[in-house]
Design a protein around this ligand. Structure first.
Ligand code: HPA
Length: 292
């Protein structure tokens, strides 16, 4: 049958986002398999505030993002982004040091692509970390927050377009963040004397910080913290069947909640200060979860 003009247009248009990377995905997985062997059960994505955890990993194999098909280097100066495989607290893990952000101009298919690679490789548990602004009055700079749920306020969705073969398009998000993994985070926090609360993370696209009116609105929507990452990766991880934990470090009170303006420098300073506690917390967490 002759294709209709609409169908012709659809076939000759740009490749649809989640499918665009499929060929690169296979190549990236092969590269990981050849270099590092079988996938560790557990992977961690280190966002702002957690970059120092990288130094606690006894590296067995690593590759800069630039060497892995389809990965894009994050913009953060001095951190080109790398995949490490090695031991954290004695447990074999994969660490993604750095991530690409939506606010850098990448689409969400690109931002979430490393998660698809990890899942295809065989990773089963994913810990997503980030820096966030505290909205809940009890959240102070330096606190940690285990994500209980999220609100996607990015104005974009990582599953838009056709689902990759074999995966569900209409993914259930009623329990994105795994309760058992969260319990392990709380136990690890108690063990290491680190203050950890649980709450709802709201993701915005950035790159500006929010207005005080936006933060008041987000508080009424039920958000405890606000940030510019994690949610797209968590959604894709759930589509791929991974169990997910989310962990924020609160680097500042959100807009309008303190008498100081929010600066990226302040966020980075606090992120640097939590480095040691972040490493202890994640080390204890990984030890508890083991290779499970
Ligand atoms: N808003 C959004 N993202 C952030 C913030 C914030 O206040 N702090 C760190 N990341």
């Amino acid at each position: 049958m002759k294709p209709t003009p609409v169908a012709r247009h659809a076939r000759s248009g740009p490749p649809l986002a989640p499918l665009r990377h499929l060929r690169q995905l296979t190549a990236a997985v092969r590269r990981l398999q050849a270099g590092a062997g079988p996938a560790p059960a557990l992977a961690l994505v280190l966002g702002s505030g957690f970059a120092g955890v990288r130094d606690a990993v006894t590296v067995e194999w690593s590759a800069p993002f630039a060497r892995l098909p389809g990965f894009v280097a994050p913009e953060v100066p001095g951190h080109a982004g790398a995949v490490l495989v090695g031991r954290l607290a004695g447990v074999r893990v994969c660490v993604l040091a750095g991530r690409a952000h939506y606010y850098e101009g990448h689409d969400l298919a690109t931002v979430t692509y490393p998660v698809r690679v990890l899942a295809r490789w065989g990773v089963r548990l994913l810990v997503l970390t980030n820096a966030a602004g505290g909205i809940h009055p009890r959240l102070r700079p330096g606190d940690f927050l285990a994500l209980r749920d999220h609100i996607n306020f990015m104005g974009a969705h990582p599953l838009r377009g056709p689902a990759p073969p074999g995966l569900e398009r209409f993914v259930d998000l009623s329990a994105v963040y795994d309760a058992a993994l969260r319990a392990h985070l709380h136990a690890a926090a108690r063990e290491t004397g680190v203050r950890l609360r649980a709450g709802v993370y709201l993701a915005v696209s950035g790159p500006s910080y929010e207005t005080p009116a936006e933060i008041r609105a987000f508080a009424r929507l039920g958000a405890d913290a606000v940030g510019m990452s994690t949610v797209p990766e968590a959604i894709v991880a759930r589509q791929c069947g991974l169990r997910v934990a989310g962990l924020s470090c609160i680097t500042n009170r959100a807009a309008g909640l303190s008498d100081r303006p929010i600066t990226h420098a302040e966020v980075l300073t606090v992120a640097g200060q939590i480095r040691e506690r972040a490493t202890r917390l994640l080390g204890a967490f990984v030890r508890r979860v083991g290779g499970a």
